[in-house]
Design a protein around this ligand. Structure first.
Ligand SMILES: C[S@@+](CC[C@H](N)C(=O)[O-])C[C@H]1O[C@@H](n2cnc3c(N)ncnc32)[C@H](O)[C@@H]1O
Length: 257
């Protein structure tokens, strides 16, 4: 990456446009191509999916009630109502489904009502082999910058999504989900890093740097998350944040205010 050159040419200020970052500078596509489209054009979409799945191997999973992480049974399963055709959880930008597969190991289908939905870009969904997902997981192509087609699900889950975007783009994704949520029933679950206000571990600072270089985005602290989610235009309130350790991502639960 030609990061030093990018900063020298841009007055050493943080990028704020996802089409003008060190990534576009490096690939000479300033103002034209988002980093994910660069990956897609280079045939690296599957590489990103397998990198995300490999990165999470053997890490604590957000749905590990038994580790004392986020209490799924108490906060999502209890009180969930619905017919067989209702949706218990939508994994928005869920790649090829590795988080849903892990969720089902911990919470099998007979432990909650309804089914699971996997959404991602069309090329990612197409890359899933036939019968590659457990039955009961419905995989659909969906662009999260457009209105959310699944209305009134119990849970909208986003793992490592919002940290890829600066606030304006993040607000758009969150607004579309908030419009689909049912008050008093739907919950938004974000699984992302929540940085301490001070003394951030160097591994997390490195991730913050990566988000800036690829996406003009950043990792967020608790107060930054709350400001984003509780923006009146989005209309959410944060119910709580559950953390396992500083080196793992935290679970942020929100619902319509
Ligand atoms: C950093 S990965 C996270 C994947 C998965 N949630 C995980 O944690 O392993 C970002 C995901 O968002 C998907 N994505 C990017 N832009 C999207 C869009 N506009 N609509 C839907 N999915 C998108 C990517 O294809 C990718 O699977």
């Amino acid at each position: 990456m030609k990061t030093a050159e990018f900063f020298a040419e841009n007055g050493y200020t943080s990028p704020i446009d996802a089409l003008n970052t060190p990534a576009q500078h490096t690939f000479n596509v300033k103002g034209k191509t988002h980093i994910l489209d660069i990956f897609a054009q280079r045939g690296q979409t599957q590489g990103l999916a397998s990198m995300m799945a490999t990165w999470m191997l053997d890490r604590p999973h957000w749905s590990d009630d038994d580790l004392g992480f986020y209490p799924v049974k108490q906060r999502l399963i209890q009180g969930a109502t619905g017919e067989d055709d209702s949706v218990f959880l939508v994994d928005v930008g869920g790649s090829t489904g590795h988080d849903l597969e892990k969720f089902l190991v911990r919470h099998p289908f007979d432990s909650f009502p309804g089914h699971l939905v996997l959404q991602d870009r069309a090329e990612v969904i197409k890359s899933i082999p036939e019968n590659g997902l457990k039955s009961g997981i419905r995989a659909t192509a969906h662009d999260f910058f457009t209105p959310q087609p699944v209305q009134g699900a119990r849970t909208y889950f986003l793992h490592s999504i919002i940290h890829d975007y600066p606030d304006d783009r993040a607000r758009l994704i969150l607004k579309h989900i908030a419009r689909a949520m049912k008050k008093g029933h739907s919950k938004l679950i974000l699984w992302d890093f929540v940085l301490p206000e001070k003394a951030v571990a160097s591994t997390l600072s490195a991730l913050d740097w990566e988000m800036m270089s690829f996406y003009a985005a950043s990792e967020r602290s608790e107060s930054q998350w709350k400001t984003l989610l509780e923006d009146p235009e989005i209309g959410l309130k944060v119910n709580g944040i559950w953390s396992y350790s500083q080196f793992d991502q935290s679970v942020i639960e929100a619902e319509l205010a």
